[in-house]
Design a protein around this ligand. Sequence first.
Ligand code: GLV
Length: 318
Amino acid sequence: MPEKVIVAREIPEAGLRPLEAFDVTVLSERPPGREALMEAARGAGGLLTTVTEKVDAGVLDAAGEGLKVVANMAVGYDNVDVEAATGRGVVVTNTPGVLDETTADVAFMLLLAAARRLGEGERLVRAGEWEAWGPKMLTGPDVWGKRLGIVGFGGIGQAVARRARGFGMQVAYTARSPKEDAEHEVGARHLELDDLLRQSDFVSLHTPLTEETRHLIGARELDLMPETAVLVNTSRGPIVDEAALADALSERRIFAAGLDVYEEEPRVYPKLLGLENVVLAPHIGSASIETRDKMAGMAAENVRAVLSGEPAQNPVNL
Ligand code: GLV
């Protein structure tokens, strides 16, 4: 009997092809919800999940002892309890590398949009309220030639740094340890977080969500930033304390923010919704057609490998 594989969400075709030899059930276009996921997972050998599924000990136990692999179609895997999976001998995989450039594009899109007030401008035009070109209308800080601080210098952070070079920006970064090769490649310098926040006109977050990075950017850190600064988050929502950010934005203690991720998606902290100086995107960092194909294919290939007794290409444990 072919092994049972549960694909939690409708994914691009490229993610179903590697699974043709298995008994595949695709759950739903919308997030299936915990009960439905647990029910469907019973007896599965593999789960292909996304950031909307919380895969904790309860879900792993519902799947049962036959579960061998949880392939998360994302580079981040904070939605999966990796320790619980490891304890049960379940391989957890992610999709590193393939989304770096695509997500860096969205970080830069938000950086430009927040600085140059694209959201406000669009709302004005669509409301029919744009009366004339104005010498002081919708002015914001230049991006080119400014200082960019990158928090977390992995694949996405480095791809953002390469883009910044094209804008003539000076780039600084934080990372647990200095990354000298990458530093040379993109001309970035290593700073401690507080110095980076004080010395950057733009700050872009690219660190995974862990217990150490939860609320890494809170009221204290926002106060270190210049009043003209712009914060961009395309990593994970809980890295920023949204209440503190909303206060800093409404009191103009920073100029603007561009967000793609939120503390409790899809809920957006209500105060942020009422602010003009924040650009709000619905977690679309990796949402290019090409990249979503690659992520789906990669996740599926990890499931196929483990269920065929081969090593996974992208394990984060075991
Ligand atoms: C998406 O958010 C990812 O982690 O790939």
